[in-house]
Structures are given as C-alpha cells and as structure tokens.
Design a binder for this molecule. Structure first.
Ligand code: KIV
Length: 271
C-alpha cells in the first residue's frame, strides 16, 4: 500500500530545518477561506487562526469572549484554503483550563477543524497541559511574553521582560515549555535582545511579534498588515498596503521582507 501525502504540506521538521539554516519563517493570521488561499499561495509558512478574531472580526474589546465554537468554525473554513502552510488554531480563553478540557478541545481542533497545531498562552503554569498534549502527539505552540488573554488581570498591553528579573523568568519559561514538548514558541512584545537570546537558546522555532528581527520567524495580525484594524495600530505593526497597489502585492511584500529580515525594522522593535 502506498500512502500519498498532500502536495507539499509544510511539516514541523521542515520548520526546524528552516531554523537551523537561518531561513526566516513567515507567519500570518487568517480567519476565512479566501484569505487562507491567498496567504497559502503567497508563500506564508504558518497560518494562525488567532483568537484576535474576537477583536478584528467580531468587534469585541478583547479576546476573552471568543468561544471554542467560534475558533472551530473559523479554523474549518480557513483549512479549506490551506494546501501548503502549517495551520495553527488558537485555544481560546478557558478552553485549556485543565488537562482533560485541553485534550478534548485540541482533539476537536485537529479532527473537526483541520488544524495541524494548537496555540495556547502561558508560562510555567501551563507545563502540565503542554506535556499532556505533547504526550498525545498534539503539536503545540506556546505563546509567552504579552498574553492578551490576561488583559482583565493586567489591565494593559505592554512590553514584557524589561526588568532583569522578568527577563530571567521568561528565559526559564521558554526552556521549560520546550522541555515539556512545545514545538514552537511565540514571543509577543518582548525586547529584541531578550527575544534574540531565547531564539538562540531554543532548538524549536521561535516566532516573534514585536520581538525584533532575530527571532526564527515573524507573525502579524492580517488586519494590521492591511492597515484596516480599527483604532491605533501597535508600534510593531506595519501597514503593507502603503506603497503596494493591491492586497496580493502587500502580502507578497510582507513575505519577502520577513525572509530578507527587512521586517521588522528598528522602528517596529522594542529595547
Ligand atoms: O490571536 C492572535 O492573532 C495572536 C497573534 C497576536 C500572534 O495570538
């Protein structure tokens, strides 16, 4: 019996190889089929159905109201447009409250919605969850640094890891999550030197957003790239529609600029 795999679905070993060969990994969020096709054909390596959809699609103030049902719906419609990219689904607020719930919900992400990996926010507290998912062969992206699902406790979206103590804690978190079985780390709003250190000391790919250009890859929220997020754009975002005639060209420019480490530039990074 011969088993035929799909055309050239990007795998975790390929992403690790890209890290080893210092070829930047390009990631972007998507929430629907048409954009999924466009991103996939433009060479985006990782497509994330982010719970940012709560803000840019549903019009909520935070990501907290997003449900598992919302995530499964958007991931399943995105999955129909993805042939090459690795498809990651964000686990929404409270969907990984304990191991049993995390396993059930991550199983639905993979089986019902067609995701290849789940992403969850958290540091040392999430180690048992990451271990359980990994033990059951569910690929995990661990999101540290700024964690939008903590907004009701923190009250602000700010750069993380600026003090020596906070930086040390983040380095420990990154190492512990990798040891627990995380396959990718995502760093949000982290000083570029700290992000560079975490990337250099990890075997797994480290994808940054507002984390400088020394990470193994970059991600942006699609609506920030298109310059259509309502309100003030974050410092780390760049409107790629400026200087580009259409959406296709803007997305290809983002892909090229990440590959050549032109993006993020100094003005999109934190010290
Ligand atoms: O939900 C999302 O879009 C994210 C990005 C900020 C990486 O987690």
């Amino acid at each position: 019996m011969s088993i035929q795999t799909s055309i050239s679905q990007l795998t975790l070993p390929t992403l690790r190889k890209m890290k080893q060969e210092r070829q930047p990994i390009v990631a972007l969020t998507a929430y629907d089929y048409s954009f999924a096709c466009l991103l996939d054909h433009s060479g985006v390596d990782i497509i994330l159905v982010g719970d940012s959809l709560g803000m840019v699609i549903q019009g909520h103030q935070t990501t907290i109201p997003v449900s598992m049902e919302d995530m499964l719906y958007h991931t399943s419609i995105v999955s129909r447009g993805v042939e090459r990219a690795l498809l990651v689904m964000d686990m929404p607020f409270m969907s990984y409250l304990n191991t049993e719930r995390a396993l059930d919900n991550a199983t639905d992400a993979l089986q019902q919605a067609g995701a290849h990996m789940v992403k969850l926010e958290g540091g040392l507290d999430q180690i048992p969850i990451v271990e359980a998912l990994s033990r059951h062969e569910i690929p995990v992206c661990a999101h540290i640094g700024l964690k939008p699902q903590s907004i009701l406790k923190t009250g602000h979206y700010r750069v993380q890891g600026r003090s020596a103590q906070a930086a040390k804690k983040m380095i420990e978190e990154a190492a512990a999550l990798e040891k627990a079985g995380a396959d990718i780390l995502l760093l949000e709003c982290v000083p570029k030197m700290l992000a560079a250190e975490i990337s250099a000391n990890s075997e797994i790919p480290v994808i940054g957003i507002g984390a400088g250009n020394a990470c193994d890859g970059q991600i942006l929220v699609l609506h920030d790239l298109l310059g259509i997020t309502p309100g003030k754009a974050p410092k780390f975002a760049k409107n790629f529609m400026q200087g580009n005639a259409d959406i296709q060209t803007a997305i290809r420019t983002y892909v090229d600029d990440v590959r050549s480490r032109k993006f993020p530039a100094e003005e999109h990074s934190f010290n």
